[in-house]
Design a protein. Structure first.
Length: 133
């Protein structure tokens, strides 16, 4: 499989930027580091996808899910370690809750959309709802 050149250069530039924090300071430096972080995450996902294609199903799917989980956990831990206040302690809980809600709402919305396109109508029944009264 063809390996893109940027998937090697961006993580190396990210490490160089991370190690250069003693020499640089300011908002522009943080913006550059943020862009390099996004690029490194995309490169890691690309490498995991290439390996998943070589491994095949079902292990490739597990590998991709594991890679995404590790990336998300590392981003949350890096946010928590940025400060030692009470707000950052709750940051992990709120971030994980937000990610779970976004994923679940995306899956539910996609199911409703595909069902509506396929059957031209969606029916909701009370069996699927939690009884609150």
């Amino acid at each position: 499989m063809y390996l893109f050149f940027w998937t090697i250069i961006i993580p190396l530039l990210s490490w160089a930027g991370y190690l250069g924090h003693a020499f640089f300071d300011g908002h522009i430096y943080l913006i550059i580091l943020s862009i390099l972080l996004v690029g490194s995450v995309l490169a890691a996902v690309h490498h995991a996808e290439v390996i998943a294609l070589k491994v095949g199903e079902p292990f490739g799917t597990f590998l991709l899910a594991f890679a995404i989980t590790i990336i998300e956990v590392s981003l949350i831990v890096s946010l928590m370690m940025a400060s030692d206040t009470a707000e950052t302690k709750a940051l992990a809980r709120e971030t994980v809750f937000a990610a779970v809600m976004i994923i679940l709402n995306g899956i539910i919305g996609l199911c409703i959309l595909i069902g509506a396109l396929r059957f031209k109508e969606q029916v909701f029944e009370l069996k699927g709802l939690a009884q609150l009264w």
